[in-house]
Write a protein that binds this ligand. Sequence first.
Ligand SMILES: C[S@@+](CC[C@H](N)C(=O)[O-])C[C@H]1O[C@@H](n2cnc3c(N)ncnc32)[C@H](O)[C@@H]1O
Length: 405
Amino acid sequence: MASQLNIRNVPVDLREWIQREIQRTQQKQNEFLIGTLRQAAQLSYTLPLPFEPAGRPRLSGERLPFSFIDLFAGIGGFRIALEENGGKCVFSSEWDRYSQRTYREWFHEVPRGDITKIHPTEIPDHDILAAGFPCQPFSIAGVSKKNSLGKLHGFKCTTQGTLFFNIATIAQIKRPPVLLLENVKNLKSHDQGRTWQTICDTLDELEYWVFSNVIDAARWVPQHRERVYIVCFDKRVFRAEPAFEFPEPPKKQPALDEILESDPDPKYTLTSHLWSYLQEYAERHKEKGNGFGFGLADLRGVTRTLSARYYKDGSEILIPQRRKNPRRLTPRECQRLMGFPDDPGSYPIVVSDTQAYRQFGNAVVPKVAAEVVRSILPVLRGEWERRNKGCLLKCPLPELEQAAV
Ligand SMILES: C[S@@+](CC[C@H](N)C(=O)[O-])C[C@H]1O[C@@H](n2cnc3c(N)ncnc32)[C@H](O)[C@@H]1O
């Protein structure tokens, strides 16, 4: 194809728009048009689909094409859930280099780093903003650790606690039609509910319909893991409150022994020294009336919550063994316990055990997230069909982008 393109019969409104944008961005015409085409190429799957003669948009199969961004991506729990439902990732951000390594191996893409250093206008337009923002400033364990160290927590923790506002700024500027957020259950009660109130007020001020629910992953995976899911719909796109409902959990609960390895490496068995220490520690705390201690898992039941600190001693989930000390879970078992695909070919563990435990303990359960996405899609589809446009739902607001530059 020749490197020169001549376009004839450009409609007046488009010519005027190009003229205005060139003046606004102070670019040369050529520079502006190539930049615009580049952005379009990136988002080509969300551009208007060709119309059928009857004027109905053409859809491939039952799938609704949509784009998403993966913020605080970790190892891509949300990405798996959204891709499984037909989403296309257009941007990801994760600053931890070990998580980036796993992400690159699994999704063939290295996420951008620190989100606080990325201007929202650098982020491509998208239909769903997904973010499991850092939970340490709000989690019970994180709060008590920060308290004991005399550190600030929640929004007062300026390094991690305020990252929610980065999400809010991106939402304000990019106006994705849907926000899908996840955090620890304690987010709702943290600081006597004030943190939660601030989050809801902020989303409300941004003009989003807000739905939230605490979901325990225990019906999808053999792990008790309560997380708050927040799903928001842009009021400027969805004029009436959407009939969104969180998914019902499956009836049957999986059991721990379904995900255990048959012949785990002996290195995961606790040394007698550590096992004695854990038992004595638990005994001491029991005398004081505290519930803390190790958790010997019920093989036919579900485990406690896998935390990012599991690598330390693994005491929250110990697997009983016949005539041996208990053992901790292997990283591969943690992968299964979190409901990540059990496929070492496509999802290999490429980091140390310590990093793998941390990554799985931090992640969202993709099976639960996928179910939440499946509940969002009919709302998106309804709006998409109502508009009968066959194009992305996103309604960019140039004046906001302009204001933020
Ligand atoms: C709760 S985890 C989210 C995990 C993710 N949902 C998953 O499924 O793996 C939060 C992630 O945010 C990352 N993070 C924290 N601060 C960040 C920042 N300023 N920029 C980018 N990533 C950040 C952390 O490294 C961590 O992986």
